[in-house]
Design a protein around this ligand. Structure first.
Ligand code: LLP
Length: 422
């Protein structure tokens, strides 16, 4: 459920009209709904065993205002870089609720996280263990650490976002887990606290989750038998979300929570989760204005002022996003088919192909839905297109939470070396 609905014939974010926001912020812009973020956070946290840590995956949406909204609800953060760590702390997320994931943490990033006093490191390889041990040692600390285990379970999602099979770069192979834990225990500045697992994103079926968590539960028993103190389980990202109106609903958080309780029952471990998409995807839309309607030989192109640089998911993963006209179409009005494209000079700058939409003309506004996760964070300035503005709505209130980049901002990113200076 989300809070983007037509009111008096205009698409609104909560109580704010998107057409008025377009006037104020210009287009394209991302618009996030606080009520939806809050609702999704609550639905997920209510479904999980009490006391679970919900570490929002900052990679999904790193806007400080979004992070702050979630921090106020008690969320922690799952970060994968020094930059994300910095943003999470700046948004007021306590270090004691921050987990650091990712295959390539640098020593500088580890140092910053240790100095901040984060909750845990999810380590993915032996060289990383050695590096963390060394950095923690130099600070006279012990790093609270889980090892991310690759359970070799197919999450049955898009190949580019599958992370838990043997062919991917992620985690430590399940078959080598005991050996690597023994190796970890030999490091003085590593404090083994638990096990981490993450098998992919946009998972719409509970079965792969259950298969992975069952392997983790088995591992708890064998690692304890080996003498390790395993008190925490980090069960990775959240559930998939419905991107298409016609799709089967994704797994129900309650069913997920019950499965988690069943599989982890009796282990006595505290649990953490790293949802991103589930919380943010349907809490955001990308609003764009039609520049031209171009009649091609075989297709009618709706050329809008958002491009693949603003939202790359369709180009990168053939992802489906619903598109809605901001002015509500009359019931029964015609729905011609459009290819919805951006201005970027790439054929892959395509948001939707042969998509039935209400009749639209130059100047009309459209909203690309489910764009709150992996939207703005994956944007680039390709084609020298300044980053879109971001707006956060809360009831009847709204604020520009990231101003649109200006051409001056673009120019200021580069430097002219001495030998080229005039
Ligand atoms: N934890 C780890 C270790 C992850 O790698 C990810 C996502 C998450 C948590 C959050 O997963 P979620 O709850 O959002 O499913 N750009 C892609 C998605 C990449 C996801 C990568 N890892 C997309 O737009 O679909």
């Amino acid at each position: 459920m989300n809070h983007f609905h037509y009111k008096d014939g205009v698409l609104c974010a909560e109580d704010v009209r998107l057409d008025l926001l377009a006037e104020a912020a210009g287009t394209p812009f991302y618009c996030y709904s606080s009520a939806t973020l809050q609702r999704h956070y609550k639905v997920f946290s209510d479904a999980l065993p009490k006391g679970s840590l919900i570490a929002f995956s900052v990679k999904a949406n790193g806007n400080l205002a979004v992070l702050k909204t979630l921090a106020r609800l008690g969320a922690g953060a799952d970060v994968v870089s020094g930059g994300e760590l910095c943003k999470a702390l700046a948004a007021g997320i306590p270090a004691s609720k921050i987990v650091f994931s990712g295959v390539g943490k640098t020593s500088a990033e580890m140092r910053a996280a240790l100095e901040a006093g984060i909750y845990q490191f999810n380590v993915e390889s032996e060289p990383e263990l050695a590096a963390l041990n060394e950095v923690a040692g130099s600070l006279g600390l012990r790093a609270p650490t889980t090892l991310r285990i690759n359970p070799d379970v197919d999450a049955k999602t898009h190949a580019k976002i599958t992370t838990g099979t043997a062919e991917t770069k992620f985690g430590i192979p399940f078959t080598r887990a005991r050996e690597v834990y023994a190796h970890a225990a030999a490091h003085r500045h590593i404090e083994i606290v638990g096990i981490d697992v993450h098998i992919g994103s946009q998972i719409t079926d509970l079965e792969p989750f259950e298969a992975a968590f069952t392997r983790v539960a088995e591992l708890v028993t064998s690692l304890r038998a080996d003498g390790h103190s395993i008190t925490r389980l980090d069960l990775g990202g959240g559930l998939g979300v419905p991107y298409e109106n016609s799709n089967m609903p994704p797994p129900d958080p309650d069913a997920y929570g019950k499965m988690v309780s069943r599989v982890t029952k009796g282990l006595g471990c505290s649990l953490s989760f790293e949802p991103g998409r589930l919380i943010a995807a349907n809490a955001g839309v990308l609003v764009s204005r039609v520049i031209y309607v171009k009649q091609g030989e075989a297709k009618t192109f709706l050329i809008i002022d958002a491009g693949m640089n603003d939202l790359i998911r369709p180009a990168l993963y053939e992802a489906h996003h619903e598109i809605a006209a901001v002015v509500e179409p009359a019931v029964g009005s015609p729905r011609p088919k459009y290819d919805v494209v951006g201005p970027v000079c790439e054929t892959s700058d395509l948001f939707a192909s042969d998509r039935p939409l209400p009749e639209l003309k130059s100047g009309d506004l459209v909203a690309i839905l489910s764009a709150g996760a992996y939207g703005a964070v994956m944007a680039s300035d390709y084609n020298a297109r300044p980053a879109a503005a971001e707006v956060l709505v809360a009831g009847e209130h709204w604020g520009i939470v990231r101003p649109r980049e200006s051409y001056a901002d673009l120019i200021a990113k580069d430097r002219i070396p001495d030998w080229l200076a005039d």
